[in-house]
Design a protein. Sequence first.
Lengths: 283, 315
Amino acid sequence: MSERLNVRKTYKLVIGGAFVRSESGRSYEVTGADGAFLANVARASRKDVRDAVRAAEGAQPRWAAQGAMLRGQVLYRFAEMAEARAGELADQVSRAEGVDGATARASVAGGIDRLVWYAGWADKVGQVLGGANDVAGPFFNFSVPVPVGVVGVVAPADSSFAGLVDALVAPLVTGNAVVVLASEHRPVPAVLLGEMTATSDLPAGLVNVLSGPLDELGPVLAAHEAVDGLDLTGARDPGALAALAADSITRVLHAGPPATPEGGLQRLRAFVDTTTVWHTVGA
Amino acid sequence: MEIPSRSRVPQVGSEAQLRTVLAGLSGVDAVGVSARAAKLATRSLKRETKRAALDLAISLVDLTTLEGADTPGHVAALCAKARRPDAGDATAPPVAAVCVYPDLVATARAHLVGSPVRVAAVATAFPAGRASLPVKLADVAEARAAGADEIDMVIDRGAFLSGRLGQVFEEIVAVKEACGPAHLKVILETGELATYDNVRRASWLAMLAGADFIKTSTGKVAVSATPPVALVMLEAVRDFAESTGQVVGVKLAGGIRSAKEALRYLVLANETAGSTWLEPRTFRFGASSLLTDLLLQRRSQRTGAYARREHVSVE
């Protein structure tokens, strides 16, 4: 019997629930921390950014309209899917970051735990960030956090999985859709995470993952008028991107808070608006 | 270019003569047409050309609302958008026409006073065309009386498909007469004509009967305007102009929603019929949501940032 040929995988973009090559047809090589060839990855263009934002715009209203508890359950299922492929994730994190297997496995396990932690927040964040206000009159007055809409995430360049989970999942908890620009040189874990969204009941288009040159894609995403929030954790020049975003009233998280409970809450708070609702007390 | 005299329009005095003329048309190479349309769709317009093409496409739109739920208020809003498509940018050209049901023509007319935007009405028992000729003519007369500049009629597809070509021809002639000075657009409903050969024959039939425009679709059936069908119709108007000297327009309607598709059709028209066709007198897009996408693309071209849908009025 002849020797088996390698089945090589090209990592594609995740746009609108589909795994697509770049609109431009381009791809680029990703190397591991040791400089060895790792994989061919689709190289997104500005039109892919446009398509991804459009997909996110389409998916977000229905996700936001779901009950908070259901959103939590869906995110928990997302964690289940990640857990099932934890070995593959750890393998890729190990190669991308040049860390040993045990460290990579611990990093992935930490990321998945973080995902479960965020899932639990879905039906609690309203009580913590919102509240009943005291008013002088026969009315109830509530402050309610509502999602901003579409959040663009420039994923952390160094922490290819654990850091990504924080940046990607926090906006989802409160009902936003995300467009992630994966770490330019370590995009594989982000693309894998994008693949897992397809099997975890997250609506198509809610999570979009683009790999490619950040200098080219970052400004397009930041200036896009339909992007309502920006997480610039992985940006090389957050100030410049924030300036581009300023024209269209975009919420900006300049540098990601630490992966602590306080940091997580800070992330949840970053991409909600607070709306105030009046209601008569009634007889 | 030498314009041949009008006398070269084939004389169609009887159904037999009509059959002879239509039978003389060569068949359509379906594979070739699809390949040619696909090939032309790969042309890409950039920068100034794209900006000019977007403005041109806007000026060719028949802004259409043909819903059972149409109200005078909705038509008023549509007319405001037709006059000034981008509220934030007066340099965006107005559209060619507003297209409504006959009962709303007067409303549209009132809201378009003093603007170059024309009023088109779908008449003749739109969209099925299944009514007797007197009913169809009454429909046209009502739209005309209310002030319609253009009439969009549907052909009787049942009659065409069962071979009663004379009946279809006579109906178009009668409606054309009822139109008076109003422009007549003849809807072939190509999605129901089954073959490209039928599209070519129906195009010639409509042109011989006096159509000012031939139009693909009502937008009410599953298949509407497609690039190959547009190509066949554009070839028909080109050949008709070459052999008779009469210039007939083409209106593509139904299912054209993105600026990208619209620009592809402009390329198709330019390469098939020629650039002289690319003006509101001879080329139209029947659409509603297309205008929104054209405006979004236009803004993106000007500001360099992708635009937000809510920033242009959605009718």
